[in-house]
Ligand binder design. Structure first.
Ligand code: ZN
Length: 437
């Protein structure tokens, strides 16, 4: 659903910190004999952990789950756009505008009311897919224990947050579209402070609406992470744990925020399922994001990409209005009823640009893997974490290359496992690429 929300949402979505989990994985068929893991396990003598495995046990269930997820991704994208076109073509959009303007005199408020109505209609129409992908599938594959009431509560909160944030923004955008000839440049510039504000405020204001965040409790692990952070070059780091187990059994960790909100967050599920070395290796990856300033790079990348996006969107938007505006009962380009068209065009562009920003994201994620290995030398621990990620979230470690290319934010777990087992420049006396003590 977030795909469908306003231009700015696309930008914000682009810059949102991506969870550090290997999205996607898997061999092409069940039980691929050439799966990673030919490497001999080297017993790690520190904590008494069960023997580590470096090959993903690929099950038919895992493959099925991945194919469903992939299908859902493409279905959601196309369906979201189709719904917007439907809202226009049936005249619902014009009718909602008429309704809003009949009840409210002031155009700015009428535009806000229109946007709220539009959000409700979109939500109702996408609900079946949201419910299937967000609730049914995770239960089918035993990836969550969340009750329906809990899930619906989160869903409602998410909707509320979106409506509260984007309703005034939509009305402001319409004022800009009405008053300024090169409105798209102004909107584009306007997204920059919004992105920064979003990255700053999300961990402080939005995330706590859904979960409890607290400083990492395990004192000895906390000390180990602080030591690791300081050798990574991070001083005064904040490490939080979050009670994510109430929503999912999958595990994750991520870096987020800027300035006063910057932090590293570990899901409680990862604390429960990974051993200490695995956690330190995964956190080496996260610290790589931090030290290499990936969040800032990501913001800069989004700003450039959205410039291109806004330019094309504006062209398509005005072209479509000229062509179908009368049939859709639209006034000028600043007519609130034209918003679904702007959203449709933006969603289409965001969808088509997915390979661009996914490719960029995979590059960043790979760098973080390199950094983490150079920092920790915990190749085996990182590999076995990735094995657990794949098995735990039931993700095909070697998905079809097209799928990975189109929208994976991380290299597939299979390829990451191959890489982390092989990357040891220090054994050959070669210099590090990214971590310099
Ligand atoms: Zn990452």
């Amino acid at each position: 659903m977030k795909k469908v929300f306003l231009l700015g949402a696309i930008v914000v979505a682009l810059t949102m910190p991506q969870p550090a989990r290997g999205s996607g994985v898997g061999s092409r068929g069940p039980e691929n004999p050439s799966a990673p893991g030919i490497i001999t396990p080297t017993p790690d003598s520190r904590p008494p952990t069960p023997a580590r495995r470096f090959d993903v046990h690929v099950t038919p269930e895992m493959i099925r789950h991945s194919r469903i997820d992939e299908t859902l991704y493409f279905t959601d994208s196309v369906y979201g756009i189709a719904i917007l076109l439907l809202i226009l073509a049936t005249g619902w959009s014009a009718r909602m505008r008429d309704f809003a303007q009949r009840w409210v005199r002031w155009p700015f408020v009428a535009a806000m009311l229109y946007f709220v109505l539009l959000s409700m209609v979109i939500t109702a129409l996408t609900f079946p897919l949201d419910f299937y992908g967000g609730f049914i599938v995770p239960h089918q594959f035993d990836l969550t224990d969340q009750s329906f009431a809990g899930w619906l509560g989160d869903f409602g909160k998410g909707l509320g947050v979106n409506v509260v944030i984007f309703t005034p923004l939509a009305a402001i955008a319409l004022v800009i579209i009405r008053r300024i000839r090169r409105w798209w440049i102004v909107l584009w510039i306007g997204t920059i402070p919004l992105i920064l504000l979003g990255v700053l405020a999300t961990p402080l204001v939005i995330d706590p609406l859904f979960n409890d965040f607290r400083p990492l409790r395990d004192a000895s692990l906390r000390q180990a992470l602080l030591d690791e952070a300081s050798s990574a070059g991070i001083e005064q780091s904040r490490v939080f744990e979050v009670d994510k187990s109430k929503q999912t059994k999958e595990m994750n960790a991520y870096v987020t925020g800027i300035g006063p909100s910057a932090r590293i967050v570990l899901w409680d599920t990862i604390l429960a399922k990974l051993d200490r070395d695995e956690i330190l290796s995964v956190m080496g990856h996260e610290m790589g994001h931090y030290v290499l300033k990936h969040l800032w790079q990501g913001i800069a990348f989004s700003v450039v990409i959205t410039f291109i996006g806004f330019f094309i969107a504006q062209r398509l938007f005005e072209w479509g209005l000229a062509r179908w505006g009368v049939r859709w009962r639209m006034g000028d380009r600043a007519d609130p009823a034209a918003l679904p068209w702007l959203l449709a065009v933006s969603s289409l562009l965001a969808f088509l640009l997915s390979p661009v920003y996914s490719g960029y994201s995979r590059h960043i994620e790979h760098q973080a893997d390199v950094f983490g290995l150079e920092l920790t030398h915990k190749n085996e621990a990182m590999a076995s974490s990735f094995v657990k990620f794949a098995e735990d979230s039931k993700e095909d470690p070697r998905p079809p290359r097209f799928i990975e290319w189109w929208y994976y934010s991380h290299p597939s777990l299979g390829r990451r496992i191959d890489f982390v087992l092989a990357y040891k420049p220090w054994e050959k006396g070669e210099p590090n690429q990214l971590w310099h003590p």
